[in-house]
Design a protein around this ligand. Structure first.
Ligand code: BGC
Ligand code: BGC
Length: 855
């Protein structure tokens, strides 16, 4: 199978579909054993379990282990059972809560860390793991005591922990075509997780992305189901060890989770958390393929997707969860929901979702909603809404996971093997595996002869991504979005720049870093490193396959260098193939480096020749998905799946590509409402009375509103006139500044994801009365205004970014699905402020976070 993968260049999905004519003609009617579904289940969302593969789940518990599970279950109270099926986030739960509510699990979401510090040192994570464990084992509140299990997103190494080895994101691993390497990565990741006391990772993501506009495309190995499937078993064995009845924690291992079941990578327009409107055949053959090796290798848990299949949310899809996964495919592990995903199920809220229990969910990720969820679920069990045997089945599956891990006899986290061996985080042999992965993931797309760089040369390193470890690591690195992190937060890691500098000097040459490409001494060659900035989940969704306009500066640098006769090597940091024909045409060589992680030296390994003038390493990377010829999804392909040049084949001539993106939008960021002092396209800036009357739409400055009582002018921020100042007179009796649009936008995902409205603002005079902020829904005020005292406390004359959690607006009653004005700031007294930028963003981007109630 692997050799076929290495040479396959035709669309693998098309091949699969073509190879299944009989199945393709199977009538998709609800007369064929449709899974028993609620009456409102649309016909196209009903499944035919008998068409899915039958798989044998390996034996992972001894008879004694199963007997222990049943014995514990028999002793549990209803309260204890409900507690077991709930997972809370460490930002919203304390060991005391765990002791009292007997919760089954905790997680750390992307922005959560011990003591509220996402960047807490490794020791603190282990201490907290002990505290939760001890609380779960306290028998003073009643027996049986059941050890807690902690899940974490170690999705490319133990990536929440400072100093850990950060591996390339999955898209890069997809290019390596090396399952054996994948297994070693799993093993290293498991060892590093064990150091800080967690037992479970929400990985691997086995999505099969079909549309790379999806913000999570980089979390998937490939758009080719057979390539993804060829990796899954290796990653699971690396993380968990081979399936066996000996406890997972007895070896250097942790429990794994394949996610997100099912068709997270198949949603329309690549919309994160969207709907996969596809046939059952595609669902099974493309998105279902990786679950076969996952189950065969005994994956301990499976996480359901936020997304829907033909309109039905996976978190409550009984046919797919119970009838197909647990029934037909014999998955004997535990099914967990995603972050408050149950709240998106029709008829449910974050606080209650009996339908998802009924559908077959065994554990609920109820990060901040766990207490309300506990109360409602308990009531629903008591009044019979939730069947006791379903609850018992869910609890048994939670207990089996714990039994299988060996939690009942391992003692507290710090007593277990590997715990506290902090030198294992980022250990040299771990980094060596990551560096090997970086080398093998590089895909050479163009080389007219500049590569390999010859020894002894003077190398200029340019581009805004050259010396930025967070940038080369992408989302899910230390924080959820992976943004706002300086290099010093990555001890032991190597940026691409420092890897190149080492390689250049090791071969008797020199290197100079100059982001904008200016130089004093003429270089022999330049390496320009550019590409995407970090993002996670829906924040990474894009409308068209292009690099955001503000990230294209390095392409101009390439052009300038070429004009001076300097050979240019382009290295692209990216989570996905994008339309970058200008860069491909301009540079003499082009390497797709994906999101390589902490071992940037692996990139340099591929670019330099050794002393003998021959390349030090051969390129092995092959595209894990097709590279587009335009920015249009579904448009023409430039390089097919499986493409990648080798040094052995020699340089190749280049025929210039048309520089026409084929789309009309410019690739700008949809989460930005106001920038450089002007509203984003389709947004308007208005100034009105606080009650909304007498509105003036501000198009040019200077301008006056409310009969001259509000004056609007240009002021500088970053660039000349990069902001607007607003001076409101005391006589104005209040004024409001608003950014609005005609078509409502849906900010519910952003609200669930703890995102903020960020305002980059400067206070230009003392403010007597508290400014308040609000949103509008359907062009009318909705919810109450949120007083933001922090504005009044800003240092005079200094730019700061103030963040207000979107949840604050939801808590006041705003309907976050129909927002027409995400920004409305009002004063009922005199005020002088300047505003440069208004955008959605995450916690790490705010200097000041408003203290306001959330729900
Ligand atoms: C993501 C999951 C992740 C979970 C916990 C969710 O928002 O979709 O992939 O495992 O959060 O952080
Ligand atoms: C993510 C979590 C993250 C949170 C941010 C969720 O959607 O999955 O991992 O911590 O948003 O608050």
């Amino acid at each position: 199978m692997l050799s076929r993968l290495l040479v396959l260049t035709a669309s693998p999905v098309a091949l699969i579909m073509a190879a299944q004519p009989a199945l393709a003609q199977t009538p998709q009617t609800d007369t064929v054993a449709a899974a028993d579904a609620p009456g409102d289940m649309p016909a196209e969302a009903r499944v035919h379990p008998e068409q899915w593969p039958e798989i044998a789940f390996p034996r992972v518990l001894t008879e004694a282990g199963e007997a222990r599970v049943q014995a514990i279950l028999a002793r549990m109270t209803v309260e204890q059972k409900v507690g077991q099926i709930i997972q809370a986030d460490i930002a919203s739960v304390t060991p005391e809560d765990v002791r009292r509510y007997r919760l089954g699990s905790v997680l750390n979401g992307g922005n959560s860390g011990p003591g509220g510090d996402d960047l807490a040192p490794a020791e603190k994570w282990l201490e907290l793991a002990d505290a939760f464990y001890d609380a779960s084992m306290d028998v003073a509140v009643g027996e049986p005591a059941i050890p807690i299990v902690w899940g974490t997103d170690a999705v490319h190494g133990h990536s929440n922990i400072i100093g850990a080895t950060i591996f390339p994101h999955n898209v890069g691993l997809g290019a390596t075509r090396d399952p054996e390497l994948i297994e070693r990565i799993g093993r290293v990741t498991a060892v590093e997780i064990r150091v800080t006391g967690q037992e479970w990772t929400f990985a691997p993501t086995v999505a099969v992305p079909q549309d790379y506009r999806w913000g999570r495309a980089y979390e998937g190995y490939s758009s080719d189901p057979s390539l993804v499937a060829a990796y899954v078993g290796s990653m699971i064995r690396g993380l968990q060890g081979p399936p066996s009845t000996s406890p997972i924690l007895a070896g250097p291992h942790v429990a794994a989770s394949t996610k997100h079941y099912l068709a997270d990578g198949g949603t329309t327009d690549g919309r994160d958390q969207g709907d996969a409107a596809i046939s059952e055949l595609e669902l099974r053959l493309i998105h279902g393929a990786p679950y076969i090796p996952a189950i065969e290798n005994g994956v301990a848990t499976i996480m359901t997707s936020f997304s829907s299949w033909n309109g039905v949310k996976l978190s409550a899809h009984r046919g797919l969860v119970t009838d197909v996964l647990k029934g037909r495919m014999n998955f004997d592990g535990m099914v967990i929901t995603d972050w408050n995903a149950h709240g998106q199920v029709a008829g449910c809220s974050n606080a209650s979702c009996p339908r998802a229990v009924d559908a077959g969910i065994d554990m609920f990720m109820a990060p901040d909603s766990w207490r309300m969820f506990y109360d409602s679920t308990l009531a629903q069990v008591r009044d019979g809404t939730i069947a006791m045997d379903r609850l018992d089945d869910a609890v048994a599956r939670v207990l089996r996971l714990k039994e299988r891990l060996g939690l009942f006899e391992m003692g507290n986290p710090s007593q277990r093997a590997l715990s506290g061996e902090y030198e294992l985080l980022g250990a040299p042999d771990h980094r060596a595996v990551a560096r090997e992965a970086v080398r093998k993931s590089m895909v050479l797309l163009k080389n007219t002869g500049v590569l390999p760089l010859q020894p002894g040369g003077r190398i200029l390193v340019a581009g805004d991504a050259a010396n930025d470890i967070a940038r080369q690591s992408g989302g899910w690195t230390l924080s959820w979005q992976g943004t706002g992190l300086e290099n010093d937060l990555f001890p032991g890691a190597t940026s691409l720049w420092s890897g190149i500098e080492q390689a250049a000097t090791a071969t008797g040459g020199s290197a100079q870093l100059s982001e904008d490409g200016t130089f004093t001494q003429r270089p022999d060659a330049a390496i320009v490193i550019f590409g995407e900035t970090p993002y996670a989940e829906f924040q990474g969704d894009i409308a068209t396959l292009q690099l955001r306009p503000e990230l294209r500066g390095p392409i101009a640098t390439m052009r300038r260098l070429k004009e001076q006769g300097i050979p240019v090597v382009a290295v692209m940091i990216t989570g996905r193939p994008l339309y970058v024909n200008e860069a491909l045409n301009t540079a003499d060589a082009f390497v797709a480096a994906w999101l390589p992680g902490s071992e940037g030296a692996g990139v340099a390994d591929m670019l330099f020749a050794g002393a003998d003038g021959a390349p030090a390493f051969e390129f092995q990377g092959l595209l894990p998905t097709a590279w587009p010829a335009t920015a249009r999804h579904g448009g023409a392909t430039l390089f097919p799946f499986g493409y990648g040049m080798r040094y052995a084949d020699g340089p190749a001539a280049w025929t210039p590509l048309p520089e026409d993106s084929g789309v009309t939008d410019d690739g700008g960021d949809s989460g930005v409402f106001f920038e450089r002092g002007v509203p984003a396209s389709s947004w308007s800036l208005t100034v009105s009375q606080a009650d909304g009357t007498n509105a003036l739409r501000v198009t040019t400055v200077p301008a006056e509103a409310l009969d001259g009582r509000v004056r609007i002018a240009a002021t500088d921020h970053g660039v000349q006139e990069g902001a607007r100042s607003f001076a409101v007179d005391a006589h104005a009796q209040g004024a409001a500044i608003e950014l609005s649009t005609f078509d409502p936008i849906d900010l519910s995902r952003e609200t669930n994801g703890d995102m903020l409205l960020l305002t980059t603002v400067r206070r230009d005079a003392p403010i007597a009365r508290t400014l308040s902020m609000a949103v509008s829904c359907d062009s009318a005020p909705c919810g109450e205004a949120v007083p933001v005292r922090e504005f009044g406390a800003l240092a005079l004359g200094e730019w700061q970014t103030v963040g207000v959690l979107l949840k604050c607006f939801r808590a006041t009653g705003a309907d976050m699905t129909r927002i027409t004005a995400p920004f409305r700031i009002a004063t009922d007294g005199a005020a002088e402020i300047s505003i440069a930028r208004v955008a959605l963003g995450s916690l790490s981007e705010a200097d000041v976070i408003a203290d306001c109630p959330t729900d």
